[in-house]
Design a binder for this molecule. Structure first.
Ligand code: TYD
Length: 212
């Protein structure tokens, strides 16, 4: 059996991750790989329940530490019940957001720092890392235009945070990607979905050869 790979798609709001996850899965299937597409927060029943708590928080909302713990708890359930079993069975796993969202949002923009997020990940998910994380970058102006169309002014508890929070998220993504060049590729997310998809497939070419 061909070996499966774990690919995460990352980026801020409205960078096209979900569309690219679907296009990537279809392309991998056309190459005769078995593919599981999933997302975070979510992917399992327990993690989807935690997603509801995170994106529509009860009462006055979560503090930064509780928020980071909930993301780590959702990820732990997702990794144990879905991601690891799928990889062991030889599937490719394409995940719309993973650990690096917690590093960028809670660690960077939320101010908890990278070491705290990595410690939670070591405990919660025994440190599982994707084989490759694709960071999709889109300019802030283009994102504002896309989100106005997609969300019609209705954003969730985290997506609706102010522009300075999202600017810190973008900075933190750039920083984590450049600090671990073997684990990341950065892809320009501007252009049509097909253009971006072709860039992602080019970035994945070495992995596809290794896993042939
Ligand atoms: P998602 O539904 O993927 O949002 P979008 O489609 O806008 O990209 O993710 C929900 C929100 O959760 C999004 O604002 C990013 C945030 N998030 C974190 O803050 N930390 C995390 O670890 C993850 C996975 C998501």
């Amino acid at each position: 059996m061909k070996r499966g790979m774990f690919i995460a798609l990352e980026g801020g709001e409205g960078t096209g991750k979900s569309t690219q996850a679907r296009l990537l899965a279809a392309a991998l299937e056309a190459l005769e790989r078995n593919v599981v597409v999933t997302r975070e927060p979510g992917g399992t029943a327990g993690a989807e329940a935690i997603r509801g708590l995170l994106l529509s928080p009860p009462g006055e909302g979560w503090g930064p530490r509780a928020e980071a713990l909930l993301f780590a708890a959702a990820r732990s359930d997702h990794v144990e019940k879905l991601v690891r079993p799928a990889l062991h069975a030889g599937n490719w796993v394409v995940c719309d957001r993973f650990l690096d969202s917690s590093r960028a949002y809670q660690g960077g923009a939320g101010g908890l720092g990278d070491a705290a997020i990595m410690a939670l990940h070591d405990f919660g998910s025994e440190g599982l890392r994707p084989d490759l994380t694709v960071l999709i970058e889109v300019s802030p102006d283009a994102v504002t235009a896309r989100l106005a169309e997609r969300d019609m002014g209705v954003a969730d508890a985290i997506g609706g945070r102010d522009a300075s929070y999202h600017a810190k998220v973008a900075d933190a993504f750039g920083h984590v990607a450049s600090s671990e060049p073997d684990l990341f590729v950065t892809v320009n997310g501007q252009g049509t979905p097909d253009e971006v998809h072709r860039r992602i497939m080019a970035a994945l070419a070495p992995l596809l050869e290794n896993a042939a």
